[in-house]
Design a protein around this ligand. Structure first.
Ligand code: DAH
Length: 335
């Protein structure tokens, strides 16, 4: 063992580390040049058999040699780790310029949109929005609305009766039972609308559907007149069809209103029937325990599908019920 030899070990280790192509190579080189059987390790272990003077001088030289090897190893480890990380980054590179696949986030059906819109419109005027069950008692759907069992209106609205018939339940044919539910549970003044699903035993065709939607309106307060009804419907129609639309009331008949009217809108150059309305029949108010000497009211009801069809020139109801996204997207829904 002499200093010259020790220098050669250091040089050999440095060279082996420097030519290592990756961290595996470096590990092999580290074991060869610093492991138990490496010359520097053997020399280090052999120090014990030297004289004290030699031990001191060689100990210093070997210590410095070990430090030099460790420092070279650290440098090359850092170099190879950087190389490895760069290789991984290159392998995992993502081409952010590739066109993304368009995904649909989902959106609201036009019927839901118009329902929300109508609700917001009336909420802003102080109305409440109420909802009721689709499976309704026939007393609330008919009798309380002054439609007795033998009344033609009951068969006019082809009703889905629900078994057992003795339970007296129907799929509601109209949202009008919400008038009764509201008057039975709250005191006037009452200002409500009730949008919701309604059912009639019709075949699905261009203008009929067994499941459709209506919105009901009911106001009961002191001094309510037909003028309030007309003003309310005018505002509602303008909100639905645009500021230039005009409405007219045509005398009609509904058992729960007296007098009753159909409300038409003049839209795109012609009169179109929009819904039914009238002053709440005093019989209905009395059934619900409302004092007719003090209070009067108006009510209205219209179809949401019909409103959409008129407003957008939709001629086939299938478009609304079938859920084809090409139709839905035309309404600017976030899809
Ligand atoms: N319920 C009626 C129908 O389905 C519509 C209607 C007419 C509702 C007159 C009303 C009303 O509130 O006053 O045909």
């Amino acid at each position: 063992m002499n200093p010259q030899e020790i220098n050669e070990w250091v040089s050999a280790a440095k060279l082996a580390f420097a030519v290592a192509g990756d961290l595996d190579d470096l590990k092999a080189a580290r074991l060869a040049h610093t492991g138990d059987k490496a010359p520097i390790s053997l020399a280090s272990r052999g120090l014990g058999s030297l004289s004290p003077d030699e031990k001191a001088s060689f100990g210093k030289i070997i210590g410095e040699a070990k430090a030099a090897i460790a420092s070279a190893l650290a440098d090359e480890t850092a170099r190879l780790e950087i190389a490895r990380d760069q290789k991984i980054l290159l392998e995992e590179v993502v081409d952010i310029t590739l066109p993304a696949k368009l995904t649909h986030a989902g959106g609201l059906h036009p019927i839901t949109i118009i329902k929300n819109d109508i609700s917001d419109f009336f909420l802003a005027q102080g109305y409440s929005v109420v909802e009721g069950p689709e499976l309704e008692s026939s007393w609330l759907n008919f009798d309380a609305l002054n439609i007795p069992a033998d009344h033609p209106a009951r068969t006019m609205q082809d009703t889905f009766f629900v078994e057992p018939l003795s339970a007296g339940l129907v799929l509601r044919t109209q949202t009008s039972p919400l008038q009764i539910r509201t008057m039975l549970t709250s005191e006037p003044p009452i200002y409500i609308i009730s949008p919701g699903r309604t059912f009639r035993a019709d075949e699905l065709d261009a203008t009929h559907s067994p499941v459709f939607h209506q919105v009901e309106g009911l106001v009961v307060d002191r001094g309510i007149s037909m003028a309030h009804l007309k003003g309310t419907l005018d505002n509602f129609a303008r909100h639905m069809f645009g500021p230039d639309v005009t409405t007219r009331l045509r005398p009609s008949f509904f058992p729960f209103t007296e007098p009753s009217a159909e409300v038409d809108v003049f839209f795109n150059g012609r009169w179109i029937e929009w819904g039914g309305c009238g002053m709440v029949n005093p019989k209905v108010l009395e059934t619900c325990g409302v004092d007719t000497n003090e209070f009067s009211g108006f009510a209205f009801g219209m179809g949401l599908e019909r409103t959409l069809m008129v407003r957008h020139g939709i001629t086939d109801l299938h478009e609304i019920v079938e859920g084809d996204l090409r139709f839905t997207r035309q309404f600017g829904v976030g899809l």
